[in-house]
Design a protein around this ligand. Sequence first.
Ligand code: DLL
Length: 432
Amino acid sequence: MYWQKEIETLDRAGLEALQLERLKTTLRQAGGSVYYGPVFRELGIDPDEIKSPADVRKLPMTTKDDLREHWPYGFLAVPREELVRMHSSSGTTGRATVIFHTANDIAQWTQLVARSLYMTGMRKSDVFQNMMTYGLFTGGLGFHYGAEKIGALTIPAGAGNSKRQIQLMRDFETTAVHVIPSYALHLMTVFAELAVDPRKDLNLRFAYLGAEPHSEKMRKRLEDFYGFQAFDSYGLSEMCGPGVAFECPHQDGLHIWEDQFLVEIVDPATLDPVPDGQEGELVLTTLVRDGMPILRYRTKDLTRILEGPCGCGRTHRRIERIKGRTDDMMIIKGVNIFPIQIERKLMGIPGVGNNFVIILERAEFTDLMIIKIEVRRETFMGDLKQLEALRRRIVEELKSDILITPKVDLVEPDSLPKSEGKAQRVIDNRKD
Ligand code: DLL
């Protein structure tokens, strides 16, 4: 049941000793980069003075802006000819950052993904359809290499082309898929159009959902429809890509692979560490990256450490499903709201379809939240009174959670813009 048993079950003392050794090596490596070299000299950082993984706090934090300002090669810690691959972040929040890998970096990352997939039950006999974009985005190639390492038959389907995806699943008896959750939701409409029932007509066993926030309710909805078991997969290109943290079969949080990353959770306002169990921003340090080591990277992702051991026997700590990014937070009439709170409510209401968008407007100095929600075809075509009842129910349920009253518009299935990549859930038309 383990891909790398010794590493996956290493006790805390062993793990910390490994982290310390790797942190020192990383610092020596990073000190050679155009960016970290002068920073280390200015702060007087000496790798030999690092005595425990907790000493990571002596190091400066790194932000996306630092990566952007030293674009493209400022963080390189090896000569350029050592690099074999470039990837980039999806750039949903500004100019994309680029990340470079040596052959060893790719090998380490491949092991992480293989370890994660094996943990969920993927084996050589599986047929794995990778429905993520191949290219600069890490979701395609990152998973591809990991699944091949296990020996699964890997279909590089890429994103989009929904009908072909379904055809591939049927023709080759796909057992495992990797998909962005909002796209998996959209695909449900296409299944209905083609009158294909995944539970009866397909052989899906596992799904890997990642790259964007999604709720437990969304997982349940997808599992009910497709008949697979869905695992949450977290990662970011700055650390490598997918494979940073992953759910095990116990599905109570995501194991974050601490042999390859040092984990901190900090208060996003003060940057002070928060106690285990308390929510904060995830900050990560690479421990095995040669090409482009990154120290104390502010992910902007909000989560918390789940305390206590996991029944699967792995010792790497677990984080809770990501709640969202600090920059996704909407402030409406002074109330802080995350898109996932709205998604979670909507996914639990029967009759609600597979897509929605939140539009923020400002009229007469007052903020207005409009939510356009696709409903199921039979609901949309059915009795107007029932449709109005559904609309009212949605407003009431949302109001009880987010404390403001949104304007809800129910729209036809398939009428809202959809994306093959990460969904854009919020359109903010407010002018400051
Ligand atoms: O999204 C890497 C990835 C690919 C992860 C495929 C999982 C599957 P980036 O494009 O750099 O990399 O975006 C990273 O996406 O900081 C989170 O805000 C968000 N994100 C990634 N996975 C999850 C998840 C890839 N499981 C950013 N839950 C991260 C919530 C996620 N948010």
